[in-house]
Design a protein around this ligand. Structure first.
Ligand code: FES
Length: 166
């Protein structure tokens, strides 16, 4: 999904529009991230002022929810599930291999090209290890497929290969 670059005027408009609703903090953060691809640090004070809360509360919400980013994501976004069922299916070994062989790791690798993040359950527990790649679910990941995906490879190929390994 194409997102606009950070724009303070647009951010102010989003915050002002959503501030009156009850429990506005999370809707505002989601709306900012939808619009800009991340929640710029400059938004913290604007949100705090609009909701009459502290900047620490805004910061705390952003830090608590893994979905919120503080910087734009790479062109490819890989969200690797590390919840219990995927752990039982070997996700941590995949992550260890990814780090050892390619120097990439969830919640550490983020650049123009690639962002890798941790998620906890994608609702695909029976077919783990699972990942969400640019919003598309990929099941039964193995180390080679994960590496190819991180290298910008075809999501569809990874999905087909997962089906073939069933
Ligand atoms: S535990 Fe990974 S998809 Fe549910």
């Amino acid at each position: 999904m194409a997102v606009a670059g950070w724009n303070e005027a647009d951010a102010r408009e989003i915050i002002a529009r959503l501030a009156p609703i009850e429990g506005a903090l999370l809707p505002i953060l989601h709306a900012l991230q939808d619009e800009f691809g991340y929640v710029d640090a400059a938004a913290d004070e604007m949100i705090a002022d609009a909701l009459n809360i502290s900047r620490a509360e805004v910061f705390g919400a952003i830090a608590f929810y893994h979905d919120f980013r503080r910087a734009p994501a790479g062109r490819r976004v890989v969200k690797i599930c590390r919840a219990e069922a995927c752990q039982a299916n070997g996700c941590e070994q995949l992550i260890t291999e990814l780090r050892a062989r390619h120097g990439l790791a969830p919640d550490e690798t983020s650049n123009d090209r690639l962002t890798i993040e941790t998620v906890y359950c994608l609702g695909n527990c029976a077919l783990g290890p699972a990942a969400l790649v640019d919003g598309e679910l990929v099941a039964r990941l193995d180390a080679d497929r994960l590496a190819k995906i991180c290298d910008g490879g075809s999501i569809e190929d990874a999905q087909v290969a997962a089906g073939a390994s069933a």
